[in-house]
Design a protein around this ligand. Sequence first.
Ligand SMILES: [Mg+2]
Length: 229
Amino acid sequence: MHIALLDWDNTLHRGYTIYGLADYLMEKGIVTRELLHHFKELEQLYLTGGISYAEYTERTCESFAQGLTGCSALLYKEAVQSYRPFNEAALYEDVHALFHLLKKHNVHTYLVSGAPFDVLNTYAEEFDLRGIFAFQLEVSGDTLTGRVSSNYGLDKERILSHPLLQAPGAVHLLSMGDAVADIPLLDHSLIPIVVGKQRLALRPDSDAIHFTGEKWNLELLEERIRGIG
Ligand SMILES: [Mg+2]
């Protein structure tokens, strides 16, 4: 069984999903402007070296969860559904073609991301996703508790010891990412794909595919998939 583990933000989606969603939730009166101010403060802290990248992303997710304390989980899910068409424009042009290619070659695809789970879940059927490891809000009854229940934006190497990759016959065929956090996935896969212009310190013998522009060389990817068989 061939498995693909893909990052989302800045890999398949331009920018951070959480920011667009937070803006939308504020317009709908579900979160307050305070949350957006807090996001800005955290971004400034990170840009001026006050906190690490890991801390920046972790605290951004924590403040998002806090901003939704006491909100109905159903109301939140409905808002995410209605946000989905606005998120669409942020996807890279070749994303649909990529998932079509993966499906054609019977690759089981999973997302490993720090983006909000419920947004990614709206793509589960369309992209034939087998699983989503992302940033999830803790729910108690029908209420969001204000806490984070999981965040796969950090320590992504955890996924490599997950039973799905340990199963007999499981082959980590490809991974796709844009950032340092994705390196463990890229280095573990047979076909690493780096999106964007960042130079990542991959293992020395890595034969990564680079998608640097708007148009992705999916013919090359298909050739590599066929080569592995
Ligand atoms: Mg990313």
